[in-house]
Design a protein around this ligand. Structure first.
Ligand SMILES: Cc1ncc(COP(=O)(O)O)c(C=O)c1O
Length: 372
């Protein structure tokens, strides 16, 4: 197809680095058992669907979002047990908050460009947000068994003086929850260079610890720490609701770069509804956690699985002989998982699986066995 001259000229106005990059790829999943993105497998009961439908139907969608967001923020702060003196920022998923953090800290036109640091392999949106907003990304490689390399982190922080350091707690895709003393050592190192730390707790419903307790126990030592969470893995991936909790003085500055109406009245009310049924979601998370170790044990026993790592999230990372072939053959058998091999050399031939219901896990295990 020929591109008209005006269109091809207009295309040149889009940044060359953007034109050169690949977009975030969402795997087509229709008709497949979706075990690739750590979603909660449970839907609302018919009765709760009806109740939520009535609530959403009655909203004033002709109006911009308003005060109801304050109700949601208060509910989230209570749910998380936010420390005194903290404020909450809402994002259209925590992905948007990651973008806003980069936007608020980038200094692309100054001689000393701002930097973002994170252990890698880690969440892909950190380096992507840095690239798009003009921060230099500083990856610090994890140890071979995916532990935090504290001396390497301390050295990189002292040298690079990052504006933002991300710690995914637990980490994606390794599902590791790093030891508290190691994480605190990184946080202390960042304090020395005057940076922000973002504790990304996307997988908190499945983890044995949250950083919120450290923030409350030692508020001054953690006064430069922001806690980022999302309702996605909690069970609301479709509703898109992320939140950031931190000292009001910092959060209020970040809030200035947020598009004013980024949370729709529908997202907001859905999140309020879900928090009103918090115990239901807690039961779902407990059910998923209960299926995790049996899944890891079953994976470990499969011939052709070389290694399975422990997990503090609703995902399991494993190594097989040929991850590309295994992923394709599982897909041919109706099960979609993620081949993370290309993300980092340490992830060579690794697959990442979602922990689902017992039935889903059984179907996934059967497909994997046949695929190896
Ligand atoms: C570590 C981590 N942080 C943040 C997110 C973003 O989640 P969402 O934008 O759905 O809130 C994810 C999603 O997979 C993640 O793995």
């Amino acid at each position: 197809m020929t591109v008209p001259n005006n269109a091809s000229q207009a295309l040149q106005r889009i940044r060359a680095d953007v034109r050169a990059m690949q977009g975030y790829h969402v795997q087509a999943s229709q008709g497949l058992l979706k075990m690739d993105t750590m979603e909660n497998p449970y839907r609302l009961s018919a009765d709760l669907q009806k109740q939520l439908g009535e609530r959403l139907g009655a909203l004033e969608i002709n109006r911009y979002p308003g005060e109801r967001l304050e109700v949601l923020k208060k509910m989230l702060a209570d749910y998380a047990g936010a420390p005194a003196g903290s404020a909450v920022l809402l994002g259209n998923g925590s992905d948007e908050i990651i973008t806003l953090l980069a936007l608020a800290t980038a200094q692309p036109h100054e001689a000393g460009r701002a930097k973002m640091l994170a252990p890698m392999p880690g969440f892909v949106m950190y380096p992507l947000s840095a690239k798009l907003q003009g921060l230099d990304f500083v990856p610090v490689t994890l140890t071979a068994d995916f532990d935090l390399d504290v001396p390497a982190m301390q050295a990189a922080i002292a040298e690079q003086k990052p504006a933002i350091t991300y710690i995914a707690y637990p980490n994606n895709p390794t599902a590791t929850l790093w030891a508290e003393d190691k994480v605190q050592a990184v946080i202390d190192a960042v304090a020395q260079v005057g940076g922000l730390v973002v504790m990304d707790e996307a997988y908190q419903p499945f983890a044995s610890r949250s950083w919120i307790h450290r923030m409350k126990a030692e508020p001054e030592r953690n006064a430069h720490v922001l806690l980022m969470r999302t309702l996605s893995k909690f069970g609301l991936a479709g509703a898109r609701l992320g939140y950031l909790i931190g000292p009001a003085a910092i959060v209020n500055e970040l809030d200035k770069v947020r598009p004013p109406y980024n949370i729709s009245v529908l997202n907001c009310e859905t999140a309020i509804f879900a928090l009103e049924h918090e115990s239901l979601y807690a039961e779902q998370a407990a059910a998923i956690r209960a299926e995790r170790q049996p899944l890891i044990d079953a994976l470990t026993a499969i011939k052709g699985v070389e290694k399975v790592w422990p997990s503090e999230a609703n995902m399991v990372l494993l190594r097989v002989v040929d991850a590309g072939k295994a992923q394709a053959e599982m897909k041919a058998r109706g099960v979609l998982v993620k081949n993370v091999s290309a993300m980092h050399p340490l992830l060579n031939n690794c697959l990442r699986l979602t922990v689902g219901t017992r039935e889903e896990n059984a179907q996934m295990l059967a497909a994997l066995k046949e695929s190896l």
